[in-house]
Design a protein around this ligand. Structure first.
Ligand SMILES: Cc1cc2nc3c(=O)[nH]c(=O)nc-3n(C[C@H](O)[C@H](O)[C@H](O)COP(=O)(O)OP(=O)(O)OC[C@H]3O[C@@H](n4cnc5c(N)ncnc54)[C@H](O)[C@@H]3O)c2cc1C
Length: 481
């Protein structure tokens, strides 16, 4: 992933791209992988870093979505479970199986959730991970030592997938490039070009150098998540909005707040939301919220009442309850939900299925969906984009395509200076060598790229990230010269 080489390809105005993708989150990167593997000349431009939007701020679950069963969205759950199975197979180093317990505090809950989660297993079919089963009260507490034992009857154990979302973004970028795509971060599309009444390309600006580029292409895909409407307005300023953003936040706590390697899933808090406490990178991620009417921005911030809600609700289920002082980090993300035609009530009730829109001038917008279903979303999008752009029909080839993981820094760098073996922070695994490899081989351009998305230090421990930042900036400076 050499940025300078990729810029050379972008600067070559003789290239007539088949597919130009705007947005380098899960959706856009998935589209770039799919389009490139079908043999289309593919360009992807991301205004910030890969995954810097919603795709690094998820709950980190590759899942069917147990709660969508409650909404009766059987098709979405079945498709998601199929994609979960594919991801576990195609990216075994990036996606793993995680056990969850739904604790039962009322006598009927074990039976109720047992039935629902058995249906979940049935929908997963051959791609299922392991069987749902009942656990006694003691077995639940053995798995989750910090779960409150007050009123606990037992629980239901089920399995889902877990991943590092930002790392999977980088893996998709690597895979797209390996398949021949040109993929660049920190390049913002600022204008759409036209020939007659059809779109014919984009104007884009490198956000780091200020240099402007023009690229011509047969079809343009808008995969910009919550920014979809802003890009649609570059095409048709008077067009209406399709996105209804909803904010979800997470708190990161020390591992002792679970005490084991099993996650907790509370399907319905007393105000009807789902609550997860999940072991991740030796910490606990607690989430999430569903807050409508939030501004669309790249770095959304948790609201005080969202933090209070999570602290308070976690305290109802955990023996040692967290306080605000126990929070190591917080992060917020915006769900790019597609506005329903009729009033769906709360944003929690809006479907997580994806939708495709094609404008009169040929802009293909893919919106909604979930991380888990990015591949299927890409398959649908590229199929439609090929029709819109008049590209030769090619079958989708990603169902069994392995995704490229990051090799060890030693392998990537060839040799490691002794000083590079030092850790960025003693409590976390990342070393200076990982920072150097991220800059040289993974297009990390800023300290935030390194601290938030090549390593996950900012997401896990804000104080540790602040301490490491000057060191990372020093390495970036040295690598630039
Ligand atoms: C709190 C929360 C928890 C979630 N948890 C899960 C989960 O556990 N599992 C799951 O499957 N899904 C989950 N999701 C859903 C999932 O994270 C999203 O559906 C997915 O990340 C959306 O990806 P995207 O690529 O569409 O959007 P984004 O990741 O936001 O990517 C869009 C990109 O477009 C770029 N862009 C915008 N304008 C321009 C421009 N003009 N030029 C160039 N680039 C531009 C942005 O910078 C951004 O990076 C969760 C979502 C939230 C908010």
């Amino acid at each position: 992933m050499n940025r300078a080489d990729l810029f050379e390809r972008l600067a070559d105005t003789a290239t007539d791209w088949d597919v130009i993708v705007i947005g380098g989150g899960a959706t856009g990167l998935g589209v770039a992988v799919d389009a490139a593997t079908r043999g289309y000349r593919t360009l992807l431009l991301e205004q910030a870093d890969f995954g810097q939007g919603t795709s690094s701020r998820s709950t980190k679950l590759v899942h069917g979505g147990v709660r969508y069963l409650r909404n009766g969205e059987i098709g979405l759950v079945r498709d998601s479970l199929r994609e979960r199975g594919r991801l576990l197979k195609n990216a075994p180093n990036l996606v793993g199986a995680l056990p969850f317990v739904v604790p039962g505090f009322r006598w009927y809950e074990r039976a109720y959730y047992g039935i629902g989660l058995t249906l979940y297993d049935v929908l997963a079919g051959k791609l299922g991970i392991d069987k749902t089963r009942h656990l006694s009260r003691d077995a639940v507490l053995e798995r989750i030592p910090n779960l409150t034992s007050d009123g606990l009857h037992g629980g239901t154990l089920y399995w889902d997938g877990q991943f590092d979302d930002a790392r999977l973004c980088v893996a998709l970028a690597r895979t797209a490039i390996q398949q021949g795509a040109t993929v660049l971060n920190h390049v913002k599309v600022t204008e759409l070009l036209r020939k007659g009444d059809r779109l014919s390309g984009v104007v884009a600006v490198d956000q780091l150098s200020g240099k402007e580029y023009r690229a011509e292409g047969k079809v343009i895909v808008n995969a910009t998540g919550v920014f979809s409407d802003a890009v649609r307005k570059l095409d048709r300023p008077e067009g209406g909005d399709i996105i209804e953003p909803s904010q979800g936040i997470h708190l990161v706590l020390d591992r002792e707040f679970l005490g084991g390697d099993t996650a907790i899933m509370i399907p319905k808090t007393d105000d009807g939301r789902v609550l997860f406490a999940i072991p991740w990178h030796d910490r606990v991620v607690l989430g999430t919220t569903d807050t409508p009417n939030v501004p669309v921005e790249l770095e959304p911030r948790p609201q005080e009442d969202e933090i209070d809600y999570l602290v308070e609700h976690a305290g109802r289920y955990l023996a040692k309850a967290p306080t605000h002082d126990d929070i190591r980090a917080t992060f917020a993300g915006l769900r790019p939900l597609v506005r329903p035609k009729s009033d769906a009530g709360s944003t929690a009730a809006i479907s997580r299925d994806h939708s495709l829109f094609v404008s009169d001038s040929g802009l293909v917008t893919i919106a909604g969906g979930k991380w888990t279903t990015y591949r299927k979303m890409a398959e649908d999008t590229v199929g439609r984009a090929a029709q819109v752009g008049g590209l030769p029909t090619q079958p989708c080839r990603t169902a069994d395509l392995p995704l490229l993981d990051r090799p060890a820094a030693e392998t990537e760098l060839g040799e490691i200076e002794p000083a590079w073996r030092e850790k960025l922070d003693p409590a976390f695994p990342w070393r200076i060598a990982d920072v150097v490899a991220a800059v040289r081989h993974e297009m990390a351009c800023t300290a935030d790229d390194v601290l938030s998305r090549r390593t996950r230090l900012s997401f896990l421990d804000e104080a540790a990230a602040a301490r490491a930042k000057p060191r990372v900036e020093e390495i970036l400076e040295r690598e630039r010269t």
